[in-house]
Design a binder for this molecule. Structure first.
Ligand SMILES: *[C@@H]1O[C@H](CO)[C@@H](O)[C@H](O)[C@H]1NC(C)=O
Ligand SMILES: *[C@@H]1O[C@H](CO)[C@@H](O)[C@H](O)[C@H]1NC(C)=O
Ligand SMILES: *[C@@H]1O[C@H](CO)[C@@H](O)[C@H](O)[C@H]1NC(C)=O
Ligand SMILES: *[C@@H]1O[C@H](CO)[C@@H](O)[C@H](O)[C@H]1NC(C)=O
Length: 349
């Protein structure tokens, strides 16, 4: 290893900063880096269970409030009636057999119920909208209608769904669609974890930015204050790296677990979730870039410390000494740097 130009940590931390900033800001405006979400809920199939259940219970569509809702009184009875009304209305559109319903009207279900086809969780927001051209097309684009503050107001997809259903024509509840308490618990956990994740991510963005500025400042400071500059850069890069790894791990683990849970529990009610691969990729590339930056400063630090501890003349005070100490190893006596930026250093064997 001969030279490690200071361009390495500057470019590394700058690229890491840009990527992690984009990871934070993805989805902050409708359509801005929409594909870079953590988890996207596909709600286009919600409500299928109503049709299929009703379809199994009665072969013919039943008038509102009769049939399957008989014997259910009070509030539950009313809910059941509206659920049945929704089903009846949907069923009247159906010409084919009950088993084909999912495919036939998948694109209409959400619309009918008053909800959107997807709800995507980003670092700062929840966005909602419909698939384009339709939900069943593979690789469909997402047409975002609006984004809601998530970090400050909570990442509660159920609340948005609930609101949509209330505003919608049938006044259904999530329970009608088959949401269980277990499912809500999973979502509430995700909500809490995402807040912690975003808080760590914001800190990570801050430290990555500061580390980037410190790397640039090192260009000018190293010739005069090598020890301090290297040490401060090492600490800043280490802190930024720690927060990046921490937020990366929490985001990745939370998103994976939530996706698995929702796909497992949501399968029979037509709810599914997709893990945001693009998001994870840019996050971990940023981690890699920051690791390189940290590695550079660690290498400079060790190089400096080794010089110091083996220097026969005792503790060293100036950067200049570190250049000279290399000569003691006899590897490359003439690799003295004059600019201080162009580190020429040999490794001790
Ligand atoms: C996106 O949605 C808006 C309104 O919801 C609609 O007018 C527009 O045509 C949609 N765009 C695409 C590409 O589907
Ligand atoms: C979805 O869109 C594709 C491509 O535009 C079309 O072939 C398909 O019939 C559509 N499906 C539904 C259910 O509308
Ligand atoms: C969304 O879910 C529906 C029904 O569950 C499925 O047919 C469709 O392929 C899914 N679309 C996407 C983009 O995941
Ligand atoms: C999310 O919204 C649902 C439905 O409105 C509600 O039952 C649940 O308690 C909310 N969770 C949190 C953490 O606010």
């Amino acid at each position: 290893m001969k030279q490690l130009p200071i361009g390495i940590p500057i470019v590394g931390s700058l690229a890491a900063f840009i990527l992690i900033l984009l990871a934070l800001l993805a989805g902050s405006r409708p359509g801005f880096m929409e594909e870079y979400d953590l988890v996207a809920f596909n709600t286009s199939g919600l409500g299928q269970n109503l049709i299929i259940n009703a379809g199994n219970d009665n072969d013919e569509p039943t008038p509102t409030g009769s049939g399957i809702c008989d014997g259910v009184g009070g509030f539950l009875g009313r809910t059941c009636s509206s659920a049945t009304a929704a089903v009846d209305s949907l069923q009247s559109d159906i010409t084919d057999t009950v088993n084909d319903i999912g495919n036939e009207i998948a694109d209409e279900l959400a619309d009918r119920l008053g909800i959107h086809e997807f709800y995507s969780l980003h670092a700062l927001t929840i966005c909602e909208g419909d698939y384009s051209p339709n939900a069943t097309t593979s690789g469909a684009d997402r047409n975002v209608t609006e984004c809601h503050k998530g970090f400050t107001n909570g990442y509660n997809v159920s609340a948005l769904l609930d609101h949509g259903l209330q505003v919608g024509p049938y006044k259904l509840t999530l329970a009608d669609l088959g949401f269980t308490d277990e499912m809500q618990d999973a979502m509430d956990t995700l909500n809490t974890v995402l807040k912690a994740f975003t808080a760590l991510l914001i800190i990570a963005v801050g430290f990555t930015g500061i580390s980037m500025l410190a790397s640039i400042a090192a260009l000018f400071l190293i010739p005069r204050h090598e020890r301090k500059t290297v040490l401060i850069n090492l600490i800043l890069a280490g802190t930024a790296l720690s927060f990046l790894v921490l937020s990366g791990l929490i985001g990745t683990i939370a998103a994976s677990i939530a996706t698995d849970k929702i796909n497992e529990k949501g399968d029979d009610i037509g709810l599914s979730a997709n893990l945001g691969k693009g998001y994870l990729i840019i996050t971990w590339i940023a981690v890699g870039l920051m690791l390189i930056t940290f590695g550079y400063w660690l290498w400079q630090f060790l190089r400096y410390r080794n010089g110091k501890t083996t220097d026969p003349r005792g503790p060293r005070k100036y950067a200049r000494d570190s250049e000279e100490s290399g000569a003691a190893y006899g590897d490359r006596p003439n690799m003295r740097s004059t600019s201080g930026i162009n580190f020429s250093r040999t490794r001790r064997h």
